[in-house]
Design a protein around this ligand. Structure first.
Ligand SMILES: [Fe+2]
Ligand SMILES: [Fe+2]
Length: 223
């Protein structure tokens, strides 16, 4: 059965407030990839993964997924990273919506650890969010969505590939945390990384013309 939010909101009406606040904030910045639609896909995956696990605290999991990329809605993410900036902003939002200190701490941890960089996910809810977010990149469709990230970050293909190959590498090394996520991945994360490596080789060795910029066509700076 397709998981929906209704029953969780009936149990904890604050989830609806977080949902509406998150939707409003992501809409304000209108990012190509890290937007509310991405959050909805992660949320769906998180609920599917959670249904396969025992004793998940949905009152922690759902707000964590809703706010996990909220860091991109503040300019702070450029110097702090969106996981660190996101945790800070999320806690401010949650406090305004009557979340207690322990709840803010638990949700803050999930957001802080969702990239597995600032810290590793130490709770079941944090691990589910981590896996749900990694699965976004575990499919050939990500070769297309990668273009949205390149536009959002205004970066070169070279920089995109370098980061994605590295990040997928550490995710593969660590492995996904949950059984359902491993099943949904079905080897796709590895396949996407291998294809990125292939693209990188092609650009570096065979087809550097793909990365030609204006500066390459002048001896000195472009007039
Ligand atoms: Fe993120
Ligand atoms: Fe995300």
């Amino acid at each position: 059965m397709k998981p929906t939010l209704d029953e969780y909101i009936q149990r904890d009406p604050r989830i609806l407030k977080v949902y509406q606040e998150a939707r409003r904030r992501y809409a304000e910045v209108e990012l190509f990839h890290h937007n509310f639609t991405h959050v909805m896909r992660d949320l769906h995956r998180a609920l599917v993964i959670a249904a396969d696990e025992g004793s998940v605290d949905y009152g922690i999991l759902i707000p964590s997924v809703l706010l996990h990329d909220i860091g991109f809605c503040t300019p702070d993410f450029k110097k702090l990273g969106h996981d660190v900036a996101g945790k800070r902003l999320a806690v401010e939002i949650l406090k305004d919506l009557d979340y207690g200190e322990d709840e803010c701490k638990a949700i803050g941890h999930c957001i802080h650890a969702h990239k597995g960089k600032a810290e590793l996910p130490g709770t079941l809810e944090a691990r589910i969010l981590f896996d749900a977010d990694v699965l976004e990149k575990a499919g050939l469709v990500f070769l297309i969505w990668g273009g949205k990230i390149i536009s959002e970050f205004r970066e070169s293909i070279h920089d995109f590939l370098k980061r994605e190959i590295k990040d997928r590498g550490s995710e593969l090394e660590r492995g996904l945390y949950t059984r359902k996520a491993r099943e949904l991945d079905g080897g796709r994360l590895k396949k996407v990384r291998a294809m990125f490596i292939q693209i990188q080789k092609e650009i570096n060795a065979e087809r550097p013309d793909y990365e030609i910029t204006e500066d390459d066509l002048w001896q000195n700076a472009a007039p």
